[in-house]
Design a protein around this ligand. Structure first.
Ligand SMILES: [Zn+2]
Length: 385
């Protein structure tokens, strides 16, 4: 440990408390969904809802399926509304949000509608494959889902994000020039850099590489652009560029494809198991009263895979950070931007090991800083000209 002179700044009780509450909110959210789906199946209420949906849908399959989904989403929204409101209040309580209640409510309504539209496409496709290929529906569904997933990744920056935030092309000439130099050095082309008007809703800062193909772009929150030095923003840009150089979006889609394949196989197996043993009210695979069971498989699988996926994400983040060290003149702006981000976002710099392992998609700030310091030391020992 003598080799590590970087002092780790202790987390304020405020930061610890805020992050702990956020984690518990996340767990409670999954818990509510899990219990809701289980209750629907065990009590047979899913069957009652299906009968009601058939009355609302005038007996037609597709319309009734839509009605069933609508009922499910309305009930689950009602169940989680309290937690959602608490989450909104939490951000305000810790002075991290600038959003007013009406704006938040409007966002909630919009995200419900977006969820309804996307959910409808998903379930209609799902039961279309089940009805037309009862044996191998899960393989066809998997292919269709991946196509949908790729289309969504491509459309998200131009269709989905603008529903909630405003974006405009970055106009800062100095930054543009720095980015061009950085990306040329990386041997890659940046399709666009956008200013993301996050300040209308939050005080937190953020940046991301989003989109696919022609819509691939780096988005930088105005809360970051307005408060960080050009060198610090360059470090943030270099990190996002690192994701691009290492093709992280494409790789994540491939990982997603593998997981979704296993997920569909597991859903098919579980459906047949439940039908064979007559565990629940549905006796046919095409009976959409079994939707909660498919959803349950997906909830359980994503919960179990969370540590694995987060580990993969942390690996990618470390790779992107290493790219920053290699591509900018000094790691100092990276270090100061990390410190600013931690403060601004009330992040835990040094969460416990298991918290990091299970919940965090990024390495903790203290680890990222330690990596930068270590890089600095190796450079001092073996300077490269
Ligand atoms: Zn990143």
């Amino acid at each position: 440990m003598a080799d590590n002179p970087a002092p780790v700044q202790a987390d304020s009780p405020e930061a610890v408390r805020y992050n702990r509450i956020r984690r518990w909110l996340g767990i409670a959210d999954v818990g509510v969904a899990f219990v809701f789906l289980l209750v629907l199946l065990v009590t047979g209420w899913s069957g009652s809802l299906r009968d009601l949906a058939y009355r609302m849908g005038f007996g037609g399959y597709s319309l009734s399926l839509f009605m069933y989904l609508l009922l499910l989403l309305v009930i689950s929204k009602a169940l989680s509304a309290g937690l959602d409101y608490y989450g909104f209040q939490l951000e305000r309580e810790y002075r991290l949000s600038t959003q007013r209640f009406r704006s938040w409510l409007w966002d909630e309504i919009k995200s419900f509608l977006v969820g309804l539209v996307m959910g409808s496409i998903v379930v209609e496709l799902l039961y279309f494959t089940i009805r037309h290929m009862p044996e191998y529906w899960w393989i066809l569904a998997w292919l269709l889902f991946m196509a949908l997933f790729v289309a969504m990744a491509q459309l998200a920056p131009v269709v989905l994000f603008p529903i909630f935030y405003k974006f405009e092309p970055l106009e800062n000439e100095d930054l543009r020039r720095r980015l061009v130099v950085l990306s040329q050095r990386a041997g890659t082309r940046v399709r666009g850099v956008y200013r993301w008007r996050l300040s209308e809703k939050s005080k937190k800062a953020n940046a991301a590489l989003t989109g696919l193909g022609a819509t691939r772009r780096i988005i930088l929150a105005d809360t970051l652009l307005d408060n960080y030095t050009p060198e610090e923003i360059e470090a943030v840009l270099a990190h996002e560029l690192g994701h691009q150089v290492h093709r992280h979006i494409l790789k994540s889609i491939l990982v997603q494809a593998a997981i979704t394949f296993v997920g569909f196989w597991a859903a098919n197996w579980t459906l047949h198991y439940a039908i064979d043993r007559q565990l629940f009210e549905f006796v046919q695979i095409s009976d959409f009263a079994n939707l909660p069971l498919i959803a349950l498989v997906s909830v359980v699988l994503s919960f179990l895979l969370m540590p694995l996926l987060n580990a993969y994400s942390r690996f990618n983040e470390r790779q992107a950070d290493r790219y920053v060290f290699e591509s900018i003149a000094s790691v100092e702006p990276f270090i100061s931007s990390m410190n600013k981000l931690a403060e601004q976002n009330l992040a835990e710099r040094a969460p416990s090991r298991w918290v990091e392992w299970i919940f965090l998609s990024h390495p903790s700030i203290s680890r990222r800083l330690a990596a930068a310091e270590a890089w600095n030391r190796t450079q001092a020992e073996h300077p490269q000209v």
